[in-house]
Design a protein. Structure first.
Length: 244
């Protein structure tokens, strides 16, 4: 017994739409090329052998440009890597070329999770055993893709936790720095308070000396006055003695 295969489904929904590595850029670029080539309107366009080479090249350039733009490349970087002028790259990315518009539409389907291709296969016969192996392989592939998505999700969560952990460590390090600075400032403050107390004591002593000097000056003035009075008495006594 044999089974006839008339189509093959290709699921491209697992392809990263925001690539972060060269491998992911290549995956997105390939998905955009394949996804665009198998669109009905493009299949019709490339039936003509004269148009085929031009169209395939244009689609490849547009797909390469868009994949790199989504990875954060600048126009000049894309042009240098793809080997086309900046004007051509800009035209593809802005949708001014038909290839650029088709590739952008394919990318939007990919973003929405709708990029699943059905490739027609005619005249292919498989034995029942081969068909069962094929279906088993497809199921295994589906499970692997699901596992990859789970691992990617887990990887993103781990990256997030790692960033949070790094941020927490940085905060703790900053807190330690602030505590060390605070201890140094408190030490300096204590030394300044000690010096201030010494200056206050010196000022107090100076005030006391000034007060004592003032008292002594007052006593000196009294002594001068008393001495003057006594000089006057002595003069008077001498005058009286002279008269006698």
């Amino acid at each position: 017994m044999s089974v006839q295969i008339d189509k093959i489904e290709i699921d491209l929904t697992h392809v990263p739409v925001r690539p972060t590595s060269r491998k992911e850029i290549q995956q997105l670029e390939t998905a955009l090329i394949i996804g665009t080539l198998y669109r009905p309107e493009v299949v019709e366009l490339i039936r003509d052998p004269l148009e085929r080479a031009t169209w395939v090249d244009s689609l490849a350039v547009a797909a390469a440009a868009l994949a790199r733009e989504k990875a954060g490349y600048t126009i000049s970087q894309i042009a240098e890597e793809v080997g086309r002028s900046e004007a051509m790259i800009r035209a593809h990315l802005q949708g001014k070329t038909k290839a650029g518009r088709l590739v952008k539409e394919t990318y939007e389907l990919l973003v929405r999770g709708q990029l699943k291709l059905v490739v027609p296969f005619t005249g292919v016969n498989l034995t029942l055993e081969e068909y069962e192996r094929l279906k088993s392989a497809e199921e295994e592939l589906r499970k692997l893709k699901e596992k990859i998505r789970e691992l990617e999700k887990e990887n993103e969560e781990l990256k997030k936790k790692l960033k949070e952990a790094v941020a927490a460590e940085e905060i703790q390090e900053r807190i330690k720095e602030f505590e060390e600075t605070l201890r140094e400032l408190e030490k300096e403050n204590s030394e300044l308070r000690k010096k201030l107390k010494e200056y206050e004591e010196k000022v107090a002593k100076a005030d006391e000396l000034e007060k004592r000097v003032s008292e002594l000056e007052s006593e000196v003035e009294k002594l001068k006055e008393e001495l003057s009075n006594k000089d006057n008495i002595i003069k008077q006594i001498k005058m009286l003695l002279g008269c006698q």
